[in-house]
Design a protein around this ligand. Structure first.
Ligand SMILES: Nc1ncnc2c1ncn2[C@@H]1O[C@H](COP(=O)(O)OP(=O)(O)OP(=O)(O)O)[C@@H](O)[C@H]1O
Ligand SMILES: [Mg+2]
Length: 330
């Protein structure tokens, strides 16, 4: 057995997140488990509002103030993130996990020149001398495909193109060589060719540095090309999980099937959208959260929340119909 199999870079176990609002407590993520091994890319897909970003934020402990872990756990390496406090938490963000968002702006200070600012951050965060930080900066630029761009020392954030800003955001996220990178729709704001080059960069880092990547995207073509494993989230619940090459070939949950059918294809540039809308957190349906939109729903789907069924190929899904069709007792 390889050593990394003993310790996933990220391990989420039966995670339920609670969000306290004025009137009630909402559960944007329910009973979610997933693992990301070093050197692999795990993608979370699902419609808007399914809980993808809150999951990422919970790992970084960057959630909204009102959000807590109701049950379950999140480990990065062997660290239980819920135990981190003050100084440990800021050390953890950056040195143990890097995060890249859709909008790279929060990585930069609009009033500071990006290169010089990154160098000063490196000095502080990695405890480097000015000279060491400068050489680490040059190394990082090379890593993110910007070698020789010393002119970035003089540039302000508003002078950067979207692709360049995202590359620098990735450079900042991996500056301290964290074992885990969380990328929440890192390419959504970029045009198609730049999207591909940023994904290629993340992929290279994954291979070259053995970086574990948790990747959120709406772009199923990118996910199919780059992900090793996939979690399909629906209303905060993992509808289906499997290795990417299996999930795209043989999706078992009607929601995954509908999601895959809704992809644009050369022969159907305007694909069918999934009828209906995802439920509001305040009004989650009983039973399977997808049942009001599910063409295959049967009685138990309306009343009983499906337990995960594990499949012989390593995947699992929460669907009464798929389990029944396969003759599996739940
Ligand atoms: N600060 C908050 N207070 C209350 N509800 C919130 C808050 N942040 C998110 N939510 C709700 O939690 C649910 C999950 O949100 P989340 O941002 O994780 O969705 P998402 O899957 O990332 O969606 P998108 O694809 O649009 O980015 C949504 O219903 C959202 O409205
Ligand atoms: Mg989001």
């Amino acid at each position: 057995m390889q050593v990394h199999e003993l310790h996933p870079a990220l391990s989420i176990r039966n995670l339920t997140l609670a969000l306290s609002t004025k009137h009630s407590v909402l559960y944007p993520v329910r009973d979610l488990s997933l693992e990301v091994q070093p050197g692999s890319l795990h993608a979370i897909i699902g419609e808007s509002g399914s809980g993808k970003s809150l999951t990422c934020r919970a790992i970084m402990r960057l959630g909204p103030h009102a959000m807590t872990i109701r049950s379950g756990s999140i480990h990065v390496g062997q660290t239980d993130v819920s135990t981190l406090r003050g100084h440990e938490l800021s050390e953890f963000r950056g040195s143990r996990v890097g995060m890249v968002f859709q909008d790279p702006a929060p990585h930069f200070n609009p009033a500071k020149r990006v290169g010089s600012h990154l160098i000063r951050t490196l000095e502080r965060r990695l405890n480097l001398t000015a000279e060491e930080a400068r050489s680490r900066f040059t190394e990082l630029l090379e890593r993110v495909g910007l070698s020789g761009r010393d002119d970035l020392l003089q540039k302000y954030p508003h002078e950067l193109s979207g692709g360049m800003a995202q590359r620098l955001a990735i450079a900042a996220a991996i500056a301290a060589a964290p074992p885990l990178l969380i990328a929440d729709e890192p390419t959504t704001a970029l045009d198609v060719t730049v999207q591909k080059s940023v994904l290629e960069l993340i992929d290279e880092l994954r291979r070259g540095m053995g970086l574990a990547v948790l990747f959120v995207s709406h772009d199923l073509a990118l996910v199919e090309q780059y992900a090793d494993d996939i979690t399909v989230l629906y209303a905060g619940t993992a509808a289906e999980q499997n290795a990417s090459h299996r999930l795209f070939v043989a999706p078992r949950h009607p929601y995954t099937q509908a999601l895959l059918r809704s992809r644009p294809r050369p022969d159907a540039p305007v694909p069918p959208s999934i009828p209906g809308v995802p439920p509001r957190l305040e009004q989650l349906p009983s039973g399977c959260p997808f049942h009001p939109r599910c063409p295959a729903a049967i009685d138990p789907c309306r009343s009983d929340r499906p337990a995960p069924t594990s499949w012989p190929d390593g995947g699992q899904s929460r669907c009464h119909v798929a389990a029944r069709n396969a003759g599996v007792t739940e």
